[in-house]
Design a protein around this ligand. Structure first.
Ligand code: TXA
Ligand code: MG
Length: 301
């Protein structure tokens, strides 16, 4: 790891700049979460509506008390068990947390990412780093520094390259702000592991009053149309769809494993696909998050 680049990136954050950095899930576009002007720049660059809250990235569970007004013991226990890792906790925000970060809500999303470069940056910087995925709003998330450069390169101050992301889908968001924990977005931490740790079933909540950008009808979407079919139907559907002269790209099961999913969708776009036919994953383990992202990618535009 290049210490001088980490140092440079932390300096840019301190001055209110935007730094893209790797995490174990996807690349994030970071700004000083305590600097409203810097946070505003994230929304501008992403083209993201300001009522969609950002996750604040921390280097340690001990920082939770600086950002949350209160945290149920069960939430802290999850943080201690799974952080650093692909878990985001939604908690009641501390009064000092800007509503610019929380999209106007009284809750805040917190996470400690499991990537040596992200952790080194967060330690060097010291404060919280607000960071959405480093892509334009509604588009496919980046899992390499190259993806970030292609999407946002000219509009941001610095990119830290930490290689391809290990997990490849975003963190699991668990809301503890109103009683029983619920999953707002399935992600890198499996529902099975979460339920085992909590010792009970956890519901996945669909579209609700809380704004979760990944809950819009179309999200994580490539340019091409995405068609999700049962594995047995792949060939017949692809043949049918290509009849009108459309370029159809068929993804194999291994192409849509969590780690490869976003890179595969991007590659299909680059090859000029009009339609991408994808076999539906088995929705167990990381397959739950993959299925969720594919449904959104295939959603109404
Ligand atoms: O893995 C991840 O979570 C990545 C990496 C960079 O950490 N980040 C990420 O950020 O996926 P973003 O902004 O693309 O998605 C964060 C989601 C959004 O859907 C947002 O609405 C939701 O988290 N979120 C953040 N704070 C929230 C809050 N207070 N209440 C409800 N949802 C919240
Ligand atoms: Mg995103």
């Amino acid at each position: 790891m290049d210490r001088s680049r980490i140092h440079q990136a932390a300096e840019i954050l301190r001055k209110g700049g935007l730094v893209a950095f790797p995490t174990e899930t996807v690349y994030g576009l970071g700004a000083d979460a305590s600097n409203e002007t810097a946070v505003q720049a994230i929304f501008r660059v992403k083209g993201r509506p300001e009522n969609h809250p950002l996750i604040v990235h921390l280097h340690s569970v001990t920082q939770v008390c600086l950002w949350a007004k209160s945290a149920p013991e069960a939430a802290l226990a999850l943080g201690r068990k799974f952080w650093p890792g692909p878990l985001t906790l939604i908690l009641k925000k501390a009064s000092t947390v800007s509503k610019m970060v929380t999209g106007g809500q009284e809750t805040v999303g917190l996470r400690v990412p499991d990537h040596p470069v992200a952790l080194a940056l967060l330690r060097k910087f010291g404060g919280g780093v607000a960071a959405p995925s480093a892509n334009r709003f509604g588009k496919v998330s980046p899992t390499t520094a190259g993806h970030v450069k292609k999407d946002l390169g000219g509009d941001i101050d610095f990119i830290l390259d930490g290689g391809p992301c290990d997990i490849g889908v975003e963190s699991t968001i668990v809301d503890f702000s109103s009683g029983d924990p619920v999953i707002l977005r399935p992600g890198g931490l499996t529902r099975e592991r979460l339920e085992k740790a909590l010792g009970r079933p956890v519901a996945v909540r669909g579209i609700g009053p809380v704004r979760v950008s990944g809950q819009l009808e179309s999200h994580y979407a490539p340019k091409a149309l995405v068609v999700v079919v049962t594995p047995g139907e792949v060939e017949s559907r692809a043949a049918g769809l290509s009849k009108g002269g459309k370029k159809v790209v068929v993804l194999a099961k291994r192409d849509v494993a969590a780690k490869k999913l976003y890179a595969s969708l991007r590659r299909a776009d680059e090859s000029g696909a009009d339609v991408i036919v994808v076999p539906a994953p088995d929705e167990k383990g990381l397959g739950l998050a993959v299925g969720d992202r594919l449904r959104k990618a295939a959603g109404k535009r």
